[in-house]
Design a protein around this ligand. Structure first.
Ligand code: NDP
Length: 295
């Protein structure tokens, strides 16, 4: 059996098309252009590239994007002052602070300072707290885990009552993905570096979400036949046959696992494009909160 490949690029393109239409409608009806402000501290090439991609995606969807780059030795006070200025700027409906921040900065404090109504990454402790509670709704859902859920739903996975295993317990992917699956009535096991016999735990999963950052760790014999497998991982591995000398792979051994899984995302081309689409969706939501008078 060969798995259905879940095409993240195509699903993300559909989501972005809808967002572009909603942005146009908002501008026509309310004269408001949703705006995203991206804060980059330092010149880390990967972070700078992520910010460029996000800003370009905004522009394509008709969302205004404002870039703010601070030097790598920017002080805590300087970053906080910029966040405060963006909190007060009515043209900005979403603030994105690109992580990781340089080590000397207090990341938790900076993320907590972002206005709850502009927290489009969904990392504010109150948004995460609401996500963790039964019967509460965060204003914004973190983008990558939200993308995981949309991919599963678009692929036709039945989440209610399913056995789900999430590999990884990070604040930005593993934990929120687990909470979203619980909200959708899956029975969830969260694995990490101390979990015993990972292959056996994973083999129980109807839904397997891999977010560990270990190249091609999930093998065919870790996967229950017919399972839905979402590969969040994005790892650079050496590849002398490529011009660049490297290529990108996921946490799942795609070639092996596609022979066992029922449906599988590639990486690249699966969760990555969805993360950006969900960021645009959250920025639009930030503007909708203003239009609806909730802010
Ligand atoms: P983190 O490094 O923050 O977390 C990794 C998690 O995996 C930790 O919980 C860790 O356990 C667990 N882990 C690590 N090694 C093992 C192992 N050998 N066995 C079992 N568990 C293990 O990573 P992130 O959550 O930030 O990212 C995970 C992956 O997803 C990365 O490849 C990253 O590049 C990718 N990513 C992709 C995004 C996208 O948009 N496509 C967005 C964000 C991330 P412990 O807690 O015990 O240390």
């Amino acid at each position: 059996m060969s798995a259905t490949i879940i095409d993240g690029k195509a699903i993300a393109a559909k989501v972005r098309e809808q967002i572009a239409a909603d942005v146009e409608k908002m501008q026509a009806e309310h004269g408001i252009v949703p705006g995203l402000a991206a804060v980059l501290v330092g010149e880390d090439p990967a972070s700078a590239q992520y910010v460029r991609m996000k800003r370009k995606a905004c522009e394509k969807a008709g969302i205004a994007s404002f870039g703010h780059t601070l030097p790598v030795d920017a002080s805590q006070e300087e970053v906080e002052a910029l966040v405060k200025q963006l909190n007060d700027d009515p043209k900005v409906h979403g603030i994105l602070v690109q992580l990781p921040l340089p080590k000397h900065l207090d990341e938790e404090k900076i993320l907590s300072m972002i206005s709850l109504h502009k927290d489009i990454d969904g990392f504010h402790p109150i948004n995460i707290g609401r996500l963790a509670m039964k019967g509460r709704e965060p204003l914004f859902i973190p983008c990558t885990p939200h993308g995981v859920i949309v991919l599963l739903e678009e692929a036709g996975a039945k989440l209610s009552g399913a056995e789900a295993v999430v590999l990884g317990r990070s604040n930005i992917v593993g934990l929120p993905a687990a909470m979203l699956l619980i909200h959708r009535d899956a029975t969830v096991t969260v694995c990490h570096s101390r979990t015993k016999d990972l292959p056996a735990v994973c083999r129980k999963a109807d839904i397997l979400v891999a977010a560990v950052g270990r190249a091609e760790m999930v093998k065919a014999d870790w996967v229950k036949p017919g399972a839905y497998v979402i590969d969040v991982g994005s790892n650079q591995v050496e590849d002398p046959s490529s011009d660049k000398g490297y290529r990108w792979v996921g946490d799942v051994d795609f070639e092996e696992v596609k022979e066992v899984a029922g449906a599988l995302t590639p990486s690249p081309g699966g969760v990555g494009p969805m993360t950006i689409a969900m960021l645009l969706k959250n920025t639009l939501r930030g503007a909708e909160l203003v239009v609806s008078g909730r802010v």
